[in-house]
Design a protein around this ligand. Structure first.
Ligand code: HEC
Length: 217
């Protein structure tokens, strides 16, 4: 598998208004997804074919989640907070992480807001909605920022229509998509079981320590 050298762009991330470059390593993200996400999420296409995960149903199906309106899976009972976030005008997003561009109407999950959400779902929604009582139903945090980038790059690979870097037309997203688009079977998990409750799953997040990618700074 081709190694991505996109981490070089990490330095750009400080500025929230920058293009939504994909700086993660989708292959690493695949491994982390199998560990940290599959207890609650599946990635299954419209035909119902499971592309990743084990049919976790505590969280919504993440197929094509990048580029999608937050809170949009039918039949999934989302928190009020994520629904409100999905209804927000991206231009008024106080976190400055919402993707914007000519082809984007309304709020969608892009790179920056997904990376931020994954690291603190409730904290992120509180900031975005400017509501200290907002609460995401996702009671899990990705501990490491680079891991959040890697997992996001992996999620992008299931959103073939998503154009990364819309804002300034950077081309860095394409490689990441191709790299991970090869429909991998993810049965590599040595994920812990027993996270079927909506409590903080601190122990799972600890496994981040194994990640070999350099940490973002
Ligand atoms: C403990 C269960 C759990 C774990 C573990 C978990 N999630 Fe979630 N996730 C949820 C729930 C529940 C929601 C719905 C949130 C809401 O309604 O506020 C959610 C929502 C999401 C959303 C928004 C989806 C949408 O349709 O708007 C994304 C993206 C997401 N999770 C990604 C991930 C990723 C990536 C991981 C692994 C790092 C992960 N989640 C781990 C339970 C979990």
């Amino acid at each position: 598998m081709k190694t991505l050298t996109l981490t070089a762009f990490t330095a750009l991330l400080g500025s929230a208004a920058m293009a939504q470059d994909i700086t993660g390593d989708a292959a690493e993200g695949e491994a982390q997804f199998a560990r940290q996400c599959v207890s609650c999420h599946v990635i299954a296409n419209d035909a119902g074919e499971v592309l990743a995960g084990r049919n976790g149903k505590i969280g919504p199906n993440l197929h094509e989640v990048i580029g999608r309106t937050p809170g949009a899976v039918e039949d999934f009972r989302y928190s009020d907070a994520i629904i409100a976030y999905g209804e927000m005008d991206p231009a008024e997003d106080p976190t400055g992480t919402a993707p914007m561009g000519d082809d984007i109407e309304g709020m969608v999950w892009g790179v920056d807001n997904t990376v931020a959400y994954l690291q603190d779902p409730t904290g992120f929604l509180r900031e975005a909605l400017d509501d200290p009582r907002a609460r995401s139903k996702m009671a899990y945090k990705v501990r490491d920022e680079q891991t959040a980038h890697d997992i996001t790059a992996y999620l992008v690979s299931f959103s073939p229509d998503f154009e990364a870097g819309d804002e300034t037309g950077e081309e860095t997203g394409d490689d990441a998509e191709d790299d991970a688009a090869t429909g991998m079977e993810t049965e590599t998990g040595d994920m812990t079981t027993g996270t079927e409750t909506e409590t903080e799953t601190e122990t799972e997040a600890d496994m981040d320590a194994e990640t070999e990618t350099e940490t973002a700074n």
